[in-house]
Design a protein around this ligand. Structure first.
Ligand code: FAD
Length: 472
């Protein structure tokens, strides 16, 4: 019999439970991707994500070609694509791996109902998480709202998780789909602007993911605790886009780090890194149980918060990396140029926008959505609400980052700033963190003066917070 494996954000052959089960139970496997961004509503992939998707689909197609097959590509509604593929191939079953975004869940449920109504066997699997959102609950049988107890529970479950090898596949060699065949390029995912030139350092796809993992396991994982906060260094794994697109699973990451460590005389402690992956699990837990958090305050008290009026001019300066606050501008320019930003700097740019400029966190979330190659609804919503103070287990609002002090602490030589803000490449000493302290230098550098007075804006943010708490 023939089975269709419906690929979505599980763009890999190894450790792919839907694919493995399909190969085990059926004679022929048809690999299908249906491009249906409209089904994700306002959270259809942004520009940077589309760039990644284009290359990742090409990589998946190439991996399937090595096994003698190919990726069948369709465009339109998922249910229509699946039905067309079923009709063309005579498939009796559809297998896929689960997603956790509210729109995707709704779509998948209705696809399942429709196909089962047609007499098709439908099976879904977990390829993305260590613990699915319904696998762990508090003693009161409620979803977790605080990370530490969530992780304490989830952590006990992950060591036993099996990693599946790439299955041998019997893939059809002939093309089945009449209305096509579509190539990846036909989907028009690549941006027209040549803006993505700076993305060349990435290698989307399963192979690229394992290369990055090996690099990280070789060196940085051993210094993760100190290195992860220093944006000038490659102290983190940069696996986020690969994890988002399901080119590698957290179980594979953990297994890879363990086997690497086993071959070394002095094994690195991988727990702090696993814990960070735990935040990704927690974000998915939150999104599943509280599906409105990409748009609404997790903590409803914040509904009474007085944001400043939307300020298009300030928002534009923030997006372009022209706020005049060096560490913030370095981050925003890194984001624009590479589709990625260091975690510490993400916190600082988000804090400037939501606290010093008091712009609503959704504005920042949307910009990240469009420009990050790792844009992920669960992680992005949690990250923004965490910084804004409105989230689950968030940083308290009154703890407002001082970007100058943070910059001095985590980029002491200003190496990161100098790399991304060429106007400050030659700034002497401390001026790289606060160039406005020497007006003559600032004028000669061509770098803008700060968009806000950091101290005064901090004070008014605190006042706005106090008045929200006072219910005024
Ligand atoms: P590593 O330090 O190597 O961590 C390994 C993996 O753990 C990451 O790839 C990621 O999957 C996960 N992870 C690490 N930190 C976090 C975290 N704080 N929350 C959730 N998962 C985490 N991450 C995204 O993947 N997509 C987003 O859209 C996103 N938006 C963010 C927005 C804001 C405002 C903030 C503060 C953080 C955001 N993050 C997001 C989390 C974090 O910044 C990135 O996951 C991390 O920088 C990715 O780099 P890395 O792979 O080198 O991380």
């Amino acid at each position: 019999s023939t089975v269709i494996v419906w690929f979505r954000r599980d763009l890999r052959l190894a450790d792919n439970p839907a694919l493995t089960e399909a190969a085990r139970r059926h004679e022929r496997v048809v690999a299908l991707y249906v491009h249906a961004p409209g089904e994700e509503g306002e959270w259809a992939p942004g520009a940077a994500s589309r760039w990644w998707l284009h290359h990742s689909l090409e990589a998946l197609d190439a991996s399937l070609a090595r096994q003698g097959g190919r990726l069948e590509i369709l465009r339109g509604r998922s249910i229509d694509g699946l039905r067309a593929a079923i009709e063309a191939t005579g498939a009796a079953a559809v297998y896929f791996n689960r997603l956790y975004e509210p729109k995707a869940i709704e779509r998948d449920k209705s696809v399942r109902r429709a196909l089962e109504g047609d007499g098709i066997e439908v099976k879904s699997f977990n390829a993305a998480l260590w613990v699915e959102p319904w696998d762990v609950a508090t003693k009161q049988d409620e979803p977790y709202r605080v990370f530490t107890p969530f992780w304490r529970n989830a952590r006990t479950r992950i060591d036993e998780i099996e990693v599946l090898p790439e299955p041998p596949l019997r893939l059809p060699q002939e093309r089945y789909l009449r209305d096509g065949p579509l190539e990846v390029a036909d989907l028009g995912l690549l941006p027209k602007r040549d803006w993505a030139r700076g993305f060349a350092g990435w290698t989307p796809g399963e192979k690229g993911a394992h290369e990055l993992l090996a690099l990280f396991a070789d060196d940085a994982v051993g210094h993760y605790v100190e290195g992860r906060d220093l944006p000038a260094r490659h102290g983190t794994s940069r696996l986020s886009p690969h994890l988002h697109w399901g080119e590698i699973s957290p179980a594979q990451v953990a297994a890879g780090l363990r086997s690497h460590a086993a071959r070394r005389p002095k094994a690195a402690d991988i727990e702090p890194y696993l814990r960070q992956l735990g935040w990704r699990e927690f974000a998915h837990h939150l999104l599943y149980h509280f599906p409105r958090t990409p748009k609404e305050n997790f903590n409803p008290k914040f509904d009474a918060f007085h944001w400043a009026k939307p300020d298009a001019h300030a928002l534009r300066r923030w997006k372009k990396g022209h706020t005049g606050i060096p560490i913030v501008d370095a981050g925003m320019r890194e984001l624009w140029a590479t589709g990625w930003m260091h975690n510490r700097v993400r916190m600082l740019v988000a804090s400037l926008l939501t606290k010093n400029l008091r712009q609503h966190w959704v504005l920042g979330e949307k910009w990240f959505w469009d420009t990050l190659v790792d844009a992920d609804l669960a992680n992005n919503a949690m990250g923004w609400q965490w910084v804004a103070g409105s989230g689950a287990d968030a940083a308290p609002y009154f703890r407002i980052f001082n970007p100058v002090a943070q910059s001095e602490k985590f980029d002491p030589e200003g190496a990161y700033i100098r790399r991304w803000v060429p106007e400050l490449a030659k700034a002497p000493g401390r001026l790289v963190h606060a160039p406005w302290e020497d007006e003559t230098f600032l004028e000669s550098s061509g770098y803008p003066p700060p968009i806000v007075d950091l101290k005064a804006s901090r004070d008014s943010a605190l006042m706005a917070y106090q008045s929200m708490r006072g219910g005024r």
